[in-house]
Design a binder for this molecule. Structure first.
Ligand SMILES: N[C@@H](CCC(=O)NCCCC(=O)O)C(=O)O
Length: 263
């Protein structure tokens, strides 16, 4: 959160939104679903900027230096288990470019004291980038509580929901001011070992971690396992997510001592 060294931007912030590797008209492409970009513009009142994930790792610091915050979107691709030390093959689809570049972007953003917000896959990427691990709920019989059947239509898939319990005094509790919520659920992977430096902000009835926040970073790092970008107009807690992102992106934070500065 802002501190005495924090200065507030006088212009609309530019928020980077990571893209996924897709095939478009038979060719490799980068894509972001409109709902993520529209939510940044309409509800965080910021300028969305698509960040391709098919680029050299070394570009991450230069990109982050030009952003006021970073958003890691959801995606139907799964994070390959090799990223969290597992020998498992993992479940398709896999997006190697996004797997690799999201890790570089998260590390660069934390070093540069830029806010990082994650949604669904984005929460999982933050946990992995900070040294945590994932599990596949399909291997533990919990998946049916967290993802609609494969044949579900889009509205039905995002209509699939479950309650969550919000941890007192966490980042989420502070901006949602509730102890329980019902959230949509569209995921098979989930946090297994929580990364050091992250605290749980919400859990599902089965103990699945549903929101996390960082405790050690100069700028906010916050992520949710659900989808606040899916029709948030009627859900104050999801509008609060975007408002919090917009406020965090309007602040300048001092990098941790010793962190190399980006321009
Ligand atoms: N594939 C991972 C991540 C789940 C996720 O991000 N779902 C969102 C899919 C819809 C969208 O593209 O927004 C998992 O299953 O855990």
């Amino acid at each position: 959160m802002p501190n005495s060294d924090t200065q507030r931007l006088q212009h609309r912030p530019v928020i980077g939104v990571i893209a996924c590797g897709r095939t478009v008209e038979g060719e490799p492409a980068q894509a972001v679903k409109h709902r993520y970009l529209e939510a940044v513009e309409r509800f965080a009142e910021a300028v969305p900027l698509i960040v391709p994930s098919n680029q050299a790792m070394a570009n991450a610091a230069e990109i982050v230096g030009r952003l006021d915050a970073l958003v890691l979107t959801g995606s139907n691709s799964n994070i390959a288990p090799r990223h969290y030390g597992s020998s498992s093959q993992g479940q398709a689809p896999i997006d190697d470019g996004r797997d690799d570049f999201s890790q570089a972007l998260i590390q660069a953003a934390i070093t540069a004291a830029k806010p990082v917000f994650g949604i669904c896959r984005g929460l999982q990427e933050i946990n992995v980038a900070l040294g945590g691990t994932l599990r596949d709920l399909r291997e533990t019989g919990l998946a049916a509580k967290h993802h609609a059947p494969a044949e579900a239509a889009l509205d039905e898939m995002f209509g699939y929901s479950h309650p969550i319990k919000i941890s007192a005094n966490g980042m989420l509790h502070r901006f949602v001011e509730a102890t329980t919520l019902v959230v949509n659920s569209v995921h098979f992977q989930a946090i297994d070992r929580l990364a050091e430096g992250l605290v749980v902000n919400a859990t599902g009835p089965d103990g699945v971690i549903e929101a996390v926040a960082a405790t050690h970073t100069p700028a906010p790092v916050f992520a949710v396992q659900w989808h606040p970008e899916w029709l948030p107009e009627n859900r104050p807690h999801d509008l609060a997510f975007w408002h919090y992102l917009g406020e965090a992106a309007r602040m300048r934070y001092l990098p941790a001592p010793g962190a190399e500065l980006t321009q």
